[in-house]
Each structure stands twice: as C-alpha cells, then as structure tokens.
Write a protein that binds this ligand. Sequence first.
Ligand SMILES: *Cc1c(COP(=O)(O)O)cnc(C)c1O
Length: 371
Amino acid sequence: MPDYNRIKMMDLPLEYQTHKGEIDAAMQAVLQRGDFIKGESVKQFEKAFANYLGVSNVVSCGNGTDALQLALMALGIGENDEVILPAFSYVAAIEAVSLLKAKPVLVDVDMKYFQIDTDNLKQKITSQTKAIIAVHLFGQCADIDVLADIAKQHHLYLIEDCAQSIGTTYSGKHLGTFGAIACTSFFPTKNLSCYGDGGALYTNDDDLAKKVRMLAAHGQSEKYRHHIVGVNSRLDSLHAALLNVKLNYLEKYLARKKEIVTLYKEQLDSLQDIQLPLIYRTVNHSWHQFTILVQHGKRDELRKYLKDHGIDSMVYYPLVLNQQEAYKHIVGYCPNSDSLIDKVLSLPIQPYLKNHEVSYICEIIHEFYGG
Ligand SMILES: *Cc1c(COP(=O)(O)O)cnc(C)c1O
C-alpha cells in the first residue's frame, strides 16, 4: 500500500476541523442560552432550510425514519391501507408502513438509475392503495413527473423520501416539492448532516404541516392539550445550531462532489467491466452515493481488493427488502432488485476526498482488471 491514509467513505472529523470555529461558536450559543428543546436555533434552521428548498413549511423531527412515520400518520394511513415502495432501498419506509399496520407493497426498480420502475408500479395499484413512497435513491431523482401523474390519476398521496437527495433539483425545483409531503434525514452520512440523529418533513400544504407538527409533539395543539395520539420526535437545538452552519456550505460540498464525479468518469470510463452511474434526464444530481455496477460476479472480489489497498467502499444494499428476515412475508419478486444486490458498489465520494485519492482509487480499480 502506498503512502496514503485509509480512504474512508466519510471524514466527519476533518469536516469538523475545517469549520471548528463556527461550529463551536454556534453550539456555545445554545449552551449559554440553555434552550435545548425547540430553541432559537431550531426555528432558525427550519426557516433557513425552507428558504433553501423553496418550500413553505419545514417541520424538524428526531430522524428520517420518524419523518416517514409522521408523514404516514398525518395522511391518515393505517390498517388495511396499501403503500407502494421500492424493493431496493433502505429499510426505513417499509418499517414505518409496517409499524402503522398498513401493508407495504414492493415495486421493482430500473437497472439504469435504480429508481422505482413506474410500469411495474402501475400493476401494483389496487382499490386499497393509499400512497406511494418515492425514494430518491443515491441522490438521483425518481421518475417524479410520471409518479406525480400516477398519484393524481389514482388519488394517491405521493410521499418523497429525500433522505439521500438533499440538494438534488429537477427542472429547477428541489426534490421533495413534487408530492404531498417529503421526508429527510440528517444522519451523519447524509448530504446535510448532524453529529447524531436528526430529520425533517417539508410540504407546501400548511394544514398538513400543522398536523405533522402536532403529531411530533405528543399530539398537542398547545401545552398539555393533547388532541390526537402522537409521538415525541424532535431535532435537538444543538444539532440545529450545527445544521445552521453546515447549510451555508452545502452547495460548496455538492459542487465538490460533482468535481469528484467528473474525475471518476474521466478515469474509469474506459473500463468495460463496470457501469458508471448514469444521470437521469435533466437532474441536478446531489451524489449522495457514487454507485457503480460490477459485472460478472466480481463485486465482492473488487471490494476486497480495494480494502486490501486501503480503500473503503460499501454495498448499498446487500438484500432486497423482502429478503430481510423481518419482511420475508411480503410477497413479490423483483428481478432487477435481485440482480442489483450482487452488483452494486458505492465508492467514496465525500467532499473532502482529494483529487489524488480519487486517482489512486481509479488506479487500483484498473489494476484489479489487469490494467
Ligand atoms: C437514511 C435514510 C432514512 C432514515 O433516516 P434515519 O435518520 O437514519 O432514520 C430513510 N430513508 C432513506 C432512503 C435513507 O437513506
């Protein structure tokens, strides 16, 4: 291994060091005010984030999974309702639907962009279908025009899971503004992240936002007046203070990720054995992940080769959702998802990755293929 430190998927300590002065000051202000719950920084962040997204309401909450559950609760989804969601995805959506005793219905994804296959989706709509959860996977954009049309035509709620797509825009608008409501996460690995858990919902529907706010605060309309059964889900003031600092750098991080993508594409384009990520139509991609497809059953071998050369990579996701023990009872074979789980490999694409590190990663991949 040459003279490099391990190349990690994320480098949050380096990010902290870079903005230490500003972050410390923002956190100190909260510590001195002592408004740890629903403090000034939370209100400030909700406003700033809404402004960034171009949406009228942002309601912060405890994490992205809570956000999905709150969205479903606010839309009145429960027992016997069917909710359509992608089979190749993170577990949060299927989990939230299941917890509310609604029925998750799995839809396959396409092999090019790894997003919901809208033709497959149309076949899954029944008289019980109430909502579609469109996960914008890896920072890419699901086929949002078509999904919005389908939702309108069949009177379904379109919920956008933007946990991986903060910063992605489509036809000049931020994702999350195309459906009834959007959910996102500030988990440390996301494009905009806390040093812990955090999440938010956003919508242009003021009444829906109000309902979500009530649900996230024990169903209360005012202090100690509980109108509906809710939950306790909040973004901490300390985390909001951090997010206020980081939101100012988000576009800079995203621009750097784009540069890294260009470098990867220049240096890996000649390899026939891997498929580089494709960009869907006119999407301004936020590159939550840079996920390649490794052909001919070589994925795990390549991953090990990278690891042995000091390079981290990840497999998002190693199983189709209904291959997970908890969701085995959910029927529906999704052949594309089944094929993707053996081929996907996500390479490092965090904003602090250096050009020479990207070159080194590409070099090692070429070396693996005998180049
Ligand atoms: C991270 C993630 C979530 C959940 O977010 P948490 O904050 O970890 O609960 C939901 N959906 C997707 C697609 C995610 O990537």
